[in-house]
Write a protein that binds this ligand. Sequence first.
Ligand SMILES: [Ca+2]
Ligand SMILES: [Ca+2]
Length: 307
Amino acid sequence: MASNFTVVLFQRQQFGNQPGTFNDVEPNVPFAGRSKSFVFDCPNVQASEPAFLMFQSRDVDHPRNVFEVNGIGVFGGLPVSPARDSWNGNVLLVEPHHQLRATGNVLHVESRDARGTGSGNIDDFLIDNVVLVYKTPDAVTLPSVTGDLAAFIKTELLLSMTNVRGSGASANPADQHNEYVLPTASQLGSWRVVFRSLLAGAWADAHIQARTLSSTYNVVRFLDASTQRTYYVLMEGLPGHIPAAVSRPSSVTISIRPTRRVEAGEPTSSIQSPAVRSVSPHRTRTTTSIPPSRPLTRTSGFRRGRF
Ligand SMILES: [Ca+2]
Ligand SMILES: [Ca+2]
């Protein structure tokens, strides 16, 4: 899922009842007084996903001050930072119940005293550089299916990968279909980019990057019906629509064919990096012209399961 950020506050503000009390350490800070609200927008926000606030604060004496987004307190509140001599960096989670929206969100900050009273000698503190980082929908919609992942792998995906007996020049002639050629250094570099995105959970990025290698590649969002867990499968074609392997005599010029490779990531229910379950490159479309005299078999270059 993509992300974006918005600057909620870019000029330091003093809250409290004693304007100028920080002039010795932070002169000329605008005085907000007892409370102030800051309106901000979150274009394309995915409100059902958590976001987080980053900001600086100084000399927050107690946890009774008010710190709200869209009228709902942020868990943990304004963190206590009683030191006048230094700024504190803070990260606070903004959750789905704060109902972030595209426009008109409000961060409300209000100073209180240690008993939570909003009058009298309330807390004087500074805040600055409030930035909200939030999630946005992916730029592309991944192809999605619901089904039995194990059955799909056993009965469809693995069966689509033909075997080659023997290796090199001794490969079984019947298996020398020219379905596989050695990936170039450039192609391998491109695959690394794809896999880095997968390992980072950047599924849409991986999908786009894979499709720049071949329009037949997809990162498929696969909801395993029995476990209700979502997996991401990098594959050639789509479940139910895997293109057939193309067999060619060994003495013709090879046209473009993509490397088939399958990768299943961990479910998205956590933000952990996905583990690569299996990787099986075995077919490559390339623009390489093969001299007619050179036999080419899938046993050239990478073998299944070694990548
Ligand atoms: Ca005060
Ligand atoms: Ca204070």
